[in-house]
Design a protein around this ligand. Structure first.
Ligand code: CO8
Length: 263
């Protein structure tokens, strides 16, 4: 499918989706969300894609939130449908079988922060700014921000950001555990792709199992989470990759993971 609002490419098992509406600082409109959904369909159908990276075009913005000019035209029902569409897509990002890394290269505001929060982790450029400024528009986050931000940085820090709409720079986001690493703008994609390629060399079954175990475990008590881990561990042990990884260690060679889901 040809895209107008995103750039989608795949290199050596790493897919990159670049939000690409530079005139509106890559703000999310309905068309962009539809294209994002179609790109996720393509990713899910391609067994060779091992990691997804999300970033924004240009050096100023990752995503400056929902498109406010479009939001302003919505009635209640349209607002509800837009919020639902966004939440479905963001939920898909979170649950995607492969890891998703946000490379935040500038403003990640409102829906932009919410997309980044649904990724497995965030790398940021030094000029990145995060925030949920919806309160300044008389609304609240609608793509999961009130739920995912407190889970990541604690309810007190999340409430301060959500109640004030204050934007925080990358260094502060790093300090409160919202981002994993901060890089100079010119190194952000290089460093992100380096990590993505490292993950792409790991066993597909074990990376998938690890993501599912962490995600599922966050929603349950520790004992249930540990049981989830037992089951995921057993699947890895029974997989071809699990056998190859342990055999390679004993034979003092690099493992050749095939990523087969067969046991
Ligand atoms: N929507 C539409 N256009 C935008 C947006 C946006 N979110 N952000 C920036 N733009 C446009 C500007 O209007 C401007 O266009 P033009 O050149 O035609 O005037 C262009 O991008 C450049 O922006 P600025 O001139 O404003 O650039 P500055 O460097 O001066 O400022 C800021 C950059 C601080 C990012 C500023 O543009 C800004 O505050 N933008 C809005 C940020 C915001 O409030 N985002 C949250 C939106 S609400 C949201 O995301 C809710 C998500 C959940 C929705 C739930 C469903 C109902």
């Amino acid at each position: 499918m040809a895209f107008e609002n995103i750039i989608f490419d795949v290199v050596e098992g790493v897919a990159t989706i670049t939000f690409n509406r530079p005139k509106a600082l890559n703000a999310l409109n309905g068309h962009l969300l539809d294209e994002l959904s179609a790109a996720l369909d393509e990713i899910e159908a391609d067994e060779k894609i091992r990691v997804l990276v999300l970033t924004g075009s240009g050096e100023k913005s990752f995503v400056a939130g929902a498109d406010i000019t479009e939001l302003a035209t919505f009635n209640t029902l349209q607002g509800k449908l837009f919020s639902r569409k966004g939440q479905l897509i963001i939920g898909r990002l979170q649950e995607l079988a492969i890891p998703v890394i946000a490379a935040v290269n500038g403003f990640a505001l409102g829906g932009g922060s919410e997309i980044a929060l649904a990724c497995d982790f965030i790398y940021a450029s030094e000029n990145a700014m995060f925030g949920l400024p919806e309160i300044t528009l008389g609304i609240i986050p609608g793509f999961g921000g009130t739920q995912r931000l407190p889970r990541l940085v604690g309810s007190n820090r999340a409430k301060e950001m959500i109640f004030t709409g204050r934007l925080i720079p990358a260094a502060e986001a790093d300090k409160i555990g919202m981002v994993n690493q901060v890089f100079p703008q010119e190194l952000l994609m290089e460093e992100t792709l380096k990590t993505a390629r490292t993950i792409a060399t790991r066993g597909k079954v074990s990376v998938r199992a690890a993501k599912q175990a962490v995600n599922s475990g966050l929603n349950v008590d520790l004992a249930t989470g540990c049981q989830i881990e037992v089951d995921a561990f057993a699947i890895c042990m029974a997989s071809e990759d699990g056998k190859e990884g342990t055999r390679a260690f004993i034979e003092k060679r690099k493992p050749q993971f095939k990523g087969s889901l067969k046991g």
